[in-house]
Design a protein around this ligand. Structure first.
Ligand code: ADP
Length: 328
């Protein structure tokens, strides 16, 4: 890894006209930091540059970075690598961040060793990759490669299949794989209540006290506020428990249909579903794919107002099972 901050040490005797300073710029609209690193780089100088960036009013934790090291040089020993990775671990935030290093082709091998060691230390939170020019680096941090690889649509684009965390979607309604109590649980349910805050729980309590004193039956769906979620509303539906509830297929289909009808009745245009019943409730994922896709297709045929149904899978493996068994 290569480059220097403004402290140029022994190189300072060179005329200031020829010594460029490392610099940064922040593009808030892209959630992106550009670093331009010049001259000899040390862990200290890089940390200093990042600290300057983090002190900027426009800086937000979790921004992606494109760092251009093509005018920089230097080699790091293990203690230097360790210092830098300790710093990165210290500033890491618990979400995926992409850091692209743009390097001269000849420097790739040496820098690669450093990047690998640092990547291992920060685990999945910071993804690092090397590029030879800024264009492909930018495409990668923007996730354009990811978008292309994971975008699958059906029914003329009304249904999209994607991976991710359903609680982060900015849609009109996210569907919760709830349990009959409506008072929270594990999996999607836990994640929605955690991120959505107490307003959702209060709304659920009220439903229990008024309409559903004995709990929401499997196959039914109800609507509450989205609380602090980016989504406006949550639709809670209770899937069948595999091996316990009779007619699991009809109940699972009903979850999808009633959720879509409920959204349509409230003039909501976009709805995101998790793979209902396929977690703790044990519904086989391949069978659930066929049932869910048929039910969604039938419901959408009668719900013109719904423009977009997103099917959100936690893992690429789950998404691929769905894609292999769906019957759109
Ligand atoms: P159920 O009790 O209906 O089986 P779960 O919440 O246990 O519901 O799991 C349903 C599916 O949702 C599982 O495939 C699980 O991997 C997935 N899942 C869990 N959390 C999330 C999340 N935050 N976003 C999207 N999918 C999730």
């Amino acid at each position: 890894m290569i480059g220097t901050g403004h402290g140029i040490g022994q190189h300072g005797i060179e005329s200031m006209a020829t010594v460029m300073e490392s610099s940064y710029s922040i593009d808030a609209s892209e959630n992106l930091i550009w670093l331009k690193v010049w001259g000899e780089v040390t862990a200290e100088s890089l940390i200093e540059l990042l600290n300057r960036t983090r002190a900027d009013a426009q800086y937000v934790p979790g921004m992606d970075i494109v760092a251009d090291y093509r005018e920089a040089y230097g080699s790091w020993d293990y203690s230097e690598i360790q210092r830098f990775r300790d710093y990165i671990v210290h500033i890491a935030v618990p979400c995926e961040v992409r850091w692209a290093a743009v390097l001269k082709p000849g420097n790739l091998a040496a820098a690669g060793h450093v990047l690998i060691l640092i990547s291992e230390a920060v685990g999945a939170d910071i993804k690092m990759r090397m590029f030879e020019e800024t264009h492909s680096a930018l495409r990668w941090v923007r996730g354009e490669d990811r978008a292309k690889a994971t975008m699958h649509t059906f029914l003329n684009g009304r249904v999209e299949v994607r991976t991710g965390d359903i609680t982060s979607l900015r849609v009109d309604a996210v569907v919760n794989a709830a349990n009959s109590t409506l008072l929270g649980g594990s999996g999607v349910d836990g994640a929605i209540h955690r991120r959505g805050g107490k307003q959702i729980l209060e709304a659920c309590r009220e439903l229990r006290e008024t309409c559903y004193p004995r709990g929401l039956p499997p196959g039914e769906a109800v609507l509450t506020t989205g609380g602090n979620l980016p989504a406006r509303y949550v639709i809670h539906t209770v899937g069948p428990v595999w091996g316990r509830d009779q007619h699991p297929e009809a109940l699972l289909a009903s979850c999808y249909k009633k959720s879509i009808m409920l959204a349509a009745n409230h003039s909501l245009g976009s709805v995101a579903f998790p793979a209902i019943s396929t977690g703790a409730y044990g519904y086989p994922k391949d069978e659930a794919a066929a049932v869910a896709s048929c039910a969604i297709a039938q419901a959408l045929a009668q719900a013109d107002a719904i423009e977009r149904v997103s099917l959100v899978f936690f893992s690429e493996a789950d998404r691929d099972v769905f894609l292999a068994h769906q019957q759109f």
